[in-house]
Design a binder for this molecule. Structure first.
Ligand code: GLU
Length: 428
């Protein structure tokens, strides 16, 4: 049988594995294996040349037993209902494992946002809200940024929602700009959260962070702050980062003999994570093609881009020095890729644990919106560290106690919490 790269099939198979370990009955599985609700809609957008283009949008609400649905919106040309379903399901587990009182959802629009002008993007964002506003909101479902969406887009969406409902509702969207009800620390939260879990994994495995090396895939929001955090928080070296060049539509890996300087690279990267190749080369960076990040000599591999990166084909190429896989992306590993990684004895920090820092800080943002009182950056990051460390330790304890891999342990912790909430509500 050929390897499935359908994220929803992968998410469902992972769920069934967790459900088997928990011995869940069929009624509970039936409620969790599919989303509770799905919205499919068209968004007409007036383009700058006065034509109208009609985009396809989605919102999938997987499970809200533990609280309002929560999850980002992706603008991506390859978006499908199945990517959104998988991502929504992973959000349910993410909020549960991070122990924040929220459910799981995800949204998407099939579009490459780099092809739109600023005003077209604004109209698309407002159009998304025009279709969905009756089914989102601070006590129902709270969107946030993800791949292809930005804090500015959240500000437009929040504004449209507030206009339609007639109430200023900052808590309806998170990941907003700091000047518009956003939280300090939200921008760096996902990447730093990845690093807090890597730090805990290193403590557990007895690795010295200061002599460690990371290979990072991607250079969007998560990868940028994971790279900065790896250097500044852990004191380690970053061997490479990678990016997808929107101009020639190819992936590239950038490395430097002294290790990459993520802040410099960030200064020459556009809002979609594309590094300026000429400037990087002028600064002595080596530009390699395709998947060069996968076999770089390093201790920690951080896939922080999209799904299906560690597969039956690529996982065998992981360097023999590698010890930790920290999944900054959602769903970077296929089922076959995971089997290879397990057989190699690599320590995996699974996606919905590793990258939970973003949604955790989104939760802090909505708490601050509700209070209408805002915290210092240090307070946000300290609370984030505390939450991430606790989540990591809970999963590690489960992994040791039940003698299962970290991914299975994370599923055990998360599914159990969601099922307990469903039982208390009388759903099952
Ligand atoms: N899109 C991010 C994620 O996948 C953040 C979601 C949120 O903040 O709601 O976790």
């Amino acid at each position: 049988m050929s390897e499935s790269k359908n994220p929803f099939e992968i998410a469902q198979a992972q769920f069934e594995q967790g459900a088997d370990l928990l011995g869940l009955p069929e009624d509970v599985r039936a409620l969790l294996r599919w989303p509770l609700r799905e919205f499919h809609f068209r968004i007409p957008v007036k383009m700058d040349d006065s034509t109208t283009r009609v985009f396809t949008g989605f919102r999938v609400q997987h499970n809200d037993a533990r609280g309002p649905n929560k999850g980002g919106i992706r603008f991506h040309p390859n978006e499908t209902i199945d990517t959104v379903r998988a991502l929504a399901m992973w959000m349910t587990w993410k909020c549960a494992v991070a122990d924040i009182p929220l459910g799981g959802s995800k949204g998407g629009v099939i579009i490459n946002p780099a092809t739109l002008s600023v005003s077209e993007k604004e109209r698309l964002c407002r159009g998304w809200v025009d279709q969905m506003w009756k089914n989102v909101g601070p006590r129902m479902d709270v969107p946030a940024p993800d791949v292809g969406t930005t804090p500015q887009m959240m500000a437009w969406m929040m504004d449209e929602y507030s206009k339609l409902t007639g109430n200023y509702a900052p808590g309806a969207f998170t990941g907003k700009p700091v000047d518009m009800g956003g939280s300090l620390g939200r921008t760096e939260a996902t990447g730093y959260g990845v690093i807090f879990t890597v730090r805990e994994a290193m403590k557990h495995l007895g690795i010295d962070p200061k002599s460690s090396v990371a290979a990072i895939q991607g250079f969007g929001n998560v990868a940028q702050y994971a790279a900065i955090g790896f250097k500044e928080i852990l004191g380690g070296k970053v061997a490479c980062v990678s990016c997808y060049d929107l101009n020639d539509r190819k992936p590239y890996t950038y490395s430097h003999p002294d290790g990459v300087d993520p802040k410099f690279l960030q200064s020459i990267t556009d809002q979609y994570g594309t590094i300026d190749a000429a400037k990087a080369k002028a600064a002595g960076y080596l530009q390699e093609h395709e998947m060069a990040w996968i076999d770089k000599e390093a201790d920690v591999l951080i896939p922080a881009a999209l799904e299906n990166m560690l597969t039956a084909e690529t996982a065998p190429r992981i360097h023999k020095r590698m010890q930790i896989i920290a999944e900054g992306a959602n769903g970077p590993t296929t089922l076959e890729g995971d089997t290879i990684i397990k057989e190699r004895g690599l320590f995996v920090i699974p996606d919905f644990l590793c990258n939970a820092g973003g949604v955790t800080t989104s939760y802090f943002e909505s708490v601050q919106n509700d209070m209408n009182f805002y915290w210092h950056r240090d307070e946000v990051l300290e609370r984030l560290d505390h939450k991430m460390t606790k989540a990591f330790q809970d999963v590690l304890e489960m992994s040791i106690g039940r003698k299962v891999h970290m991914r299975d342990a994370a599923y055990l912790v998360a599914i159990d919490k969601v099922v307990r909430a469903m039982r208390l509500r009388g759903w099952v």
